[in-house]
Write a new protein. Sequence first.
Length: 303
Amino acid sequence: MNEEEKEKYFAAGEIAKRVKKEARQWVKAGVRLVDLCEEIEDRIRQLGGLPAFPCNIGLNEVAAHFTPPPRFEGEVPQGSLVKVDLGVHVDGCIVDTAFTIPLSQGDREMVEAVEKSLEKASGVLRSGVKISQIGETVENIVRSKGFRVIRNLTGHQIDRFNLHTGLSIPNLKTFSMEKLRRDMVIAIEPFVTLADGVGEVSEARHVYIYRFKHFPLDYKGGFSSQVERMQSSFRTLPFCERWFSRLFKNADGSVFNRIIEDLGKNLVSYPVLVERSGRKIAQAEDTFLILEDSAVNLTSETG
């Protein structure tokens, strides 16, 4: 990684810190989910970055990959557990961060557990550390607090214009011998559920987020002008129908679905993920730049 790229990662991190701090105040019962997502994404743009993926809002048992489509009328329910996952990129240099707001007093301990596990895991990060040690650190803290990790969700390595690449960073002890390396950018992303939960997520039938498998894409179908413009805007980063509507303001709502169907295997789809037993989930996430003897937290509001 050269110095110019590092500066862009730090710039993206500064934007993410500010947006995350502000967005915590926007999560309230009765707020429309589409308004919350668009306010977060617009704030990223106002501050000079671009959203790296559609803002995810996970209510209660929903862990990931839900972003509201246009005209969605759903609101934040009273007493819900609200996860907000946002990404920022500056010229493809991506940071990824998430937080959980408990709107019920009874969920505060679970949020504290997931935040503490992220904090403790960040303390072991450095070049040469095994990813299994990171996962063991997360799992030990979560168990000591009386909760359970979601074992089939992980953190991830990040590369330019590539949100998930290379290493997956587990949230429990594994036998992997993989190690962190200097100048890696990684997201540590623990998910926690109740002790009587299954501790796994499964795919729901709804899909709201997609990405192109390849850039540039050799597409010769009937939507070539739209696909070309989508590719120039999204490259291989995730996108959603709201973003399509932003690009093509006069497009009928059915056009997006027809394009998605026509593109078929040229797309990766991201089904909504839910806790398999229906238990609530809390999440915390920050992005780190790995140094020789430590790591820089690029997205912590206190960093």
